[in-house]
Design a protein around this ligand. Structure first.
Ligand code: ZN
Length: 245
């Protein structure tokens, strides 16, 4: 920040941290085969190749890999969790929440719908229905949206089914709607603003499927990182205020 309170624009693009609970990859050989470096490792490699500054953080590191020095220098945080949401400390949830309200972008992936931070930001149960091993077709329902830049009409994946109703607030923008082989539909790409921060929920990424190796899924994540990055500007002033003139 400079002396006038403006945030100085970063020359090198958004600084991304990929957070992963990193349990399935350690305990399940099939998952390890799909993501030998972990889901976080696959996403970091993909983002680095695209020229982003990317680093990783995992649940079992001290402070879950998100000490002040990391969170304070993260422009966009990606979040993947599934079996250990309750192991994330109150302190980390609070700190991430505060950073989002202050402008940090947050991209919540797949089973992160039940993460403590997403539920806190949404204020609802974030519940849904599910079934393994289906075919997903994600339709772009917001052509021209920056998160859909470069995509065709839809993306097709072998995936876990998530079905509506998805108990989340109405999004500001809906980018993808999925159709599954079993007939269910699901809102798969949801944009929210919370405070100064942007939040994007993106559905694909079941640990046994190969979705994060799919080039279209990777493109969505790269686009979402650019979309979610903070916009530089004056720090908001609240409370009693003297007249300007
Ligand atoms: Zn899953």
């Amino acid at each position: 920040m400079d002396q006038t309170g403006r945030i100085i624009e970063l020359a090198d693009g958004p600084r991304v941290t990929i957070w992963n609970e990193y349990r399935h990859e350690k305990s399940d050989e099939n998952v390890r085969e799909v993501y030998p470096q972990g889901i976080h490792g696959a996403l970091a490699a993909m983002l680095k190749e695209a020229g982003f500054q990317a680093r990783t953080a995992t649940l079992d590191e001290p402070e879950h890999g998100l000490p002040e020095v990391v969170l304070g220098t993260t422009d966009v945080l990606l979040w993947w969790g599934h079996v250990a949401h309750e192991e994330v400390s109150d302190e980390t949830v609070e700190k991430v929440h505060e950073r989002v309200l202050g402008g940090m972008g947050l991209i919540v992936l797949h089973s992160g719908h039940f993460s403590r931070i997403f539920k806190k930001l949404m204020g609802t149960t974030c519940d849904l229905k599910w079934r393994l091993n289906d075919r997903e077709r994600l339709w772009v329902v917001a052509p021209g949206h920056p998160i859909a830049e470069g995509l065709g009409e839809f993306i097709e994946l072998e995936e876990e089914m998530y079905g509506e109703p998805f108990d989340v607030p109405q999004p500001d923008e809906l980018v993808f709607v999925s159709h599954f082989g079993g007939g269910e539909v699901f809102r798969s790409g949801l944009c929210y603003r919370r405070g100064r921060g942007r939040v994007f929920y993106f559905r694909p990424g079941h640990e046994e499927n190969r979705s994060y190796h799919n080039p279209d899924v990777q493109l969505v994540i790269k686009n979402a990182v650019r979309w979610a990055a903070p916009t530089p500007g004056a720090t908001p002033v609240y409370g009693h205020y003297e007249p300007i003139e």
